[in-house]
Design a protein around this ligand. Structure first.
Ligand code: 7TS
Length: 409
């Protein structure tokens, strides 16, 4: 346990899935960067919604439809408040972070990026913030450029100003690296991009669950996030966009809800945010995400952030004491992730042995192959943390790694 006002045992009691044995051992879940577990409050919100309120939104005149619409729009307001957006019209529901980036790449990208233009990303992006831009650049004849990463796992920001040229149409950067845990100084990055007139998309998939995100303070043009990484359900995410930027973008997918009127000749598109939400949305997902944000606030983000910091420090020290283990990513600021390699042992073998001990981690490239190639490795072992993890979880990981050493001695 850590932090004066943070009771990790109470938090753990709220997550039913954690209380089980895996392969005859108590489950130690250290894979929250892939997806977080869900508190009972989120599970209950989903059951309540389907038990009492389920109906399609923005359509029916009947009571259930009014209730489901209120729940869905209430969730939008809940998210607006959580990330401090100015207006609910800036909150667009999508499937997840990946879909949010694709929406921007397709809608903003296809209308604003042309032949000879440049899109700037960084070498530490998740594939979800690389491939959509590659697809766009291929399609329109633009060039994709990358801000490099140094050996500690920080962006080489001394190169940023030179990489932002008069042809740069957008900069897309992750807030927190999923493979190394590096927290980028995104407020400063946005400022420097804006000084050159370049809009910025921030990938917040690994940020929201660890510390306070304020989109007005960051002044980013877009912020992409996934509900399932912040204790909410899978299948729901959010694209935040500044209203002025979203207003200038053409619709992305066509269908129901994104229109005002349709004739055989012409469609008049709906206003924000509905213009970007074609078809029946993930209503229960939005309800579940709102419940997850309520839960985060009930625990307290400051307390969560302090607990996360304590665990990360404890974990880094414990891992470094293991012979032949090398931590990757020693950036200035880090959050939630311990990524490492072990001499003479493949990451997947480490993963298999740990699994036998009930310890769930991820082994592989973490969908960040360009980043790992900067470090000259194809795979790492990644333990990733959330508010329900304990120092005992780290101790179990360390015990498991000593077993790995014995097996490969
Ligand atoms: N961006 C970052 C930084 C991520 O970590 C992920 C998912 C995504 C985008 C994509 O999010 P999605 O919800 O649309 O899939 N990261 C991981 C991971 O680290 N392990 O599994 C998924």
């Amino acid at each position: 346990m850590s932090g004066k006002d943070f009771d990790v045992a109470r938090v753990r009691a709220d997550f039913p899935i954690l209380h089980q044995e895996v392969r005859g051992r108590p489950l130690v879940y250290l894979d929250s960067a892939a997806t977080t577990q869900k508190p009972q409050a989120v599970i209950d919100a989903l059951v309540r919604y389907y038990t009492h309120d389920n109906a399609n939104v923005h359509r029916g005149v009947h009571a259930l439809s009014e209730r489901s619409t209120a729940a869905y729009e209430g969730a939008r307001e809940r998210i607006r408040r959580f990330i401090n957006a100015r207006d609910t019209k800036e909150i667009i529901f999508v499937r997840g972070c990946t879909e949010a980036v694709n929406l921007v790449a397709q809608s903003f990208g296809r209308s604003k990026v042309g032949p000879g233009d440049e899109v700037l990303i960084t070498a530490m992006e998740h594939h979800s913030n690389i491939v959509p831009w590659q697809m766009l650049c291929d399609k329109v004849g633009a060039t994709l450029k990358m801000v490099p990463v140094d050996e500690r796992g920080d962006l080489r920001l001394e190169q940023l100003d030179a990489l932002l040229t008069e042809r740069t149409r957008i900069l897309a950067v992750t807030h927190v690296s999923n493979a190394l845990g590096t927290v980028n100084p995104v407020k400063e990055i946005v400022k420097r991009a804006h000084a050159k007139g370049v809009p910025v998309l921030l990938d917040g998939a690994q940020a929201l669950q660890h510390f306070r995100v304020d989109v007005q303070d960051l002044d980013c043009d877009f912020y992409a996030l996934s509900g399932h990484k912040a204790f909410g359900p899978t299948g729901i995410g959010v694209l935040y966009g500044k209203a002025s930027v979203l207003e200038s973008m053409p619709p992305w997918q066509g269908g129901g809800d994104m229109i005002l009127t349709v004739t055989m000749e012409k469609t008049v598109y709906n206003r924000l945010p509905y213009r970007f939400e074609a078809g029946t949305p993930d209503i229960s997902g939005a309800v579940g995400l709102a419940a997850a944000l309520d839960y985060i606030d009930s625990v307290g983000l400051d307390a969560i952030a302090a607990h996360d910091r304590d665990l990360l420090e404890y974990g880094a020290q414990a891992l470094e004491a293991i012979p032949g283990l090398k931590l990757l990513g020693r950036g200035r600021e880090r959050s939630g992730v311990l990524s490492f390699i072990m001499e003479d042992v493949h990451a997947h073998d480490v993963g298999t042995i740990l699994d036998r001990e009930g310890v769930a981690i991820r082994a592989g490239h973490h969908c960040a192959q360009p980043l790992l190639s900067c470090f000259g490795v194809a795979a790492t072992v990644r333990a990733s943390l959330a508010m329900y993890n304990t120092r005992e979880d780290i101790d179990a990981l360390v015990r498991g790694l000593h077993k790995v050493r014995e097996v490969f001695a």
